[in-house]
Design a protein around this ligand. Structure first.
Ligand code: UD1
Ligand code: UDP
Length: 369
């Protein structure tokens, strides 16, 4: 029996690994264990609770306002104990976080095979996304199997000389999670009711998120200033669940806290958040996962980044890169709010990130080994 250790640490990794955990549990030929680094604490626990996943190992590593180096060193040291105790045949990691790259490195040091879920996304700009572009490249470099969500991400790996037999195009598990999530929303929940009572159906709802490190500093202030001006329009209202990173909290609450047309709330758990996305007219975000989910919900997205490693949706026309320039954000948002044809063109296309079967395809590939 092959032993598989699935490791993740942040909110988006947990959401995207949850379908794979559930699928692997169904296959008794694998002994599957889950380890969380808890690089995120509260935001991770929200996901574990919704998907009813109880980790076998919880490294509980998050510290307030952690630096990349201190966090990375804690992960590298703490995961080793689990690798020594469980002795997995495969370790599965996800995406581009400190957890992914450090766990892949620790597994390599212990001569354990690594499978990389959501492999091959690239901007080839090491500063954007920072530090995620390099985290993903490091993980890819160490991985033995690459589960690429799209043809484009597989092609990036082939261009880098990765052996074609180790690459599997599977779609993105984020769509598996979304389909499962949408079917399991309890609309009677108190917090969903509270948000529903704030939503004014006469207005167009704009849902906002933002947390990327490369946008910190002046760019983040400019982004918030654009939101403030947008909220002055009488026909819109904004809801912004604010990421718990103190660098985000400080700027957002300081600049947008007093605006009567902007509701700042704590991060929502996945169930409430996808419900909220479904109520929206428009999404403004720098989130990777939200860019991937929105086309399935037929919602247009303005992405507040200069470049994206998720070029597929840009090419499909369902998301648009606007950066953090205030004028550009206002111009593109106004276009979508005022021009029905522009809006319709943006929501018409298919989701390039998968059809909800990615976890099944990853397990099928794992069986080959
Ligand atoms: C991390 C990932 C990023 C991902 C994002 C998803 C890295 C380098 N960054 O960035 O790729 O897009 O997660 O959200 O891996 N905090 C809490 N509670 C939580 C979560 C965070 O208080 O549940 C606060 C803590 O003070 C923590 C800080 O946020 O130190 C930053 O967390 P960290 O995981 O280091 O970085 P993120 O910006 O969240
Ligand atoms: N999300 C959530 N609650 C929120 C905001 C986002 O559950 O308040 C979900 C969202 O649906 C997506 C994921 O979190 O699946 C994205 O996480 P984040 O934006 O933190 O990270 P990224 O995807 O940019 O790495």
């Amino acid at each position: 029996m092959k032993k598989i250790l699935i490791v993740f640490g942040t909110r988006p990794e947990a959401i995207k690994m949850a379908p794979l955990v559930k699928e692997l549990y169904k296959h008794i030929e694998f002994a599957t264990k889950v380890c969380v680094t808890a690089q995120h604490r509260e935001m991770l626990d929200q996901v574990l609770s919704f998907f009813k996943i109880t980790p076998d190992y919880d490294l509980n590593l998050m510290k307030a306002n952690q630096s990349l180096n201190e966090l990375s060193s804690r992960i590298l040291t703490a995961i080793d104990t689990v690798l020594i105790e469980f002795k997995p045949d495969f370790v599965l990691v996800h995406g581009d976080t400190s957890t992914s790259s450090m766990v892949a490195l620790a597994s390599f040091h212990r001569n354990i095979k690594v499978g990389h879920v959501e492999a091959g996304l690239r901007t080839y700009n090491k500063l954007a996304p920072f530090p995620e572009e390099i985290n993903r490249q490091i993980t890819g470099c160490l991985a033995d199997f690459h589960f690429a969500p799209t043809k484009q991400s597989a092609q990036n790996l082939l261009n880098e000389g990765v052996n074609t037999n180790s690459i599997f195009i599977t779609g993105n598990t984020v769509i598996d999670a979304l389909f499962w999530g949408i079917n399991n929303i309890n609309k009677k929940r108190k917090d969903i009711n509270e948000i529903a009572s704030f939503i004014n159906n006469e207005k167009k709802l704009i849902v906002v998120t933002g947390h990327r490190r490369e946008n910190f500093g002046d760019k983040f202030y400019e982004f918030c200033s654009a939101l403030k001006e947008l909220a002055n329009r009488k026909d819109v209202q904004l809801i912004y669940p604010v990421h718990l990173n103190p660098n985000v909290q400080k700027v957002v609450y300081e600049t947008l806290g007093q605006h009567s047309n902007i509701k700042l709330i704590a991060p929502l758990d996945y169930e409430a958040f996808i419900w909220l996305l479904n109520q929206s007219f428009l999404i403004i975000t720098d989130s990777g996962g939200v860019q991937e989910e929105a086309p399935s919900l037929k919602k247009p997205v303005l992405v507040t980044r200069e470049v994206t490693e998720r070029q597929e949706a840009v090419e499909e026309g369902t998301v648009k890169l606007v950066g953090t320039n205030k004028e550009k954000i206002l111009e593109e948002a106004s276009l979508l709010l005022d021009d029905k044809t522009v809006y319709a063109n943006m929501i018409g296309n298919a989701n390039p990130y998968g059809n909800g079967t990615a976890a099944k395809q990853i397990v099928k590939a794992l069986k080959l080994f």
